[in-house]
Design a protein around this ligand. Structure first.
Ligand code: SME
Length: 159
């Protein structure tokens, strides 16, 4: 089966999961576990949530090695850059990016997609790979889709 087809299937499966999720924590946990389980090159998969008072990114559900970066200020790291710019960032070689905050010595490439609620960034989905240039256009589509599912879920949740 072509890789693109399986990513499309996974995207649809996660969409159904979002419709049935009892809470956003449940949804985020399901997304990180499915992505890490199905896509071998996704070595670390985790959410960061923007804390309202401090405006820092706080680590949420994740799968992979424990990271020292459980809180990231918006002016630090690739994570801070994605959240503060509101743009997806793909880094093919983390060691040539001065913004990179190391999580694992094995990490070679990274993708971070912001989560929006009514146009405001509220968090992000961060994925690391042990392979260089691991994230192509189909990965970007899948990761942005997952971020959108969480944003839409939060938009529908009572505040
Ligand atoms: N590499 C990220 C930090 C988070 S860890 O990868 C889990 C960054 O540069 O912001």
């Amino acid at each position: 089966m072509p890789v693109e087809t399986s990513k499309q299937d996974l995207a649809k499966e996660l969409e159904r999961l979002a419709e049935a999720a009892p809470s956003v924590e449940h949804l985020m946990t399901s997304i990180v576990s499915r992505l890490a389980e199905r896509l071998e090159k996704y070595a670390w998969v985790g959410f960061y949530i923007l804390e309202k008072g401090t405006r820092e990114l706080v680590l949420g559900p994740f799968v992979g090695a424990p990271t020292p970066h459980t809180r990231i200020p918006l002016d630090q790291g690739i994570c801070g850059a994605a959240a503060s710019s509101g743009r997806t960032i793909v880094v093919d070689d983390v060691h040539s990016d001065p913004r990179y905050l190391a999580c694992s010595l094995e990490t070679k490439s990274e993708i971070v997609a912001p989560i929006f609620v009514r146009g405001e960034v509220v968090g992000e989905l961060d994925i690391d790979s042990h392979l260089p240039s691991a994230f192509g256009p189909d990965d970007r589509m899948l990761v942005e889709h997952c971020a959108r599912l969480v944003g839409r879920y939060l938009e529908k949740s009572p505040t």
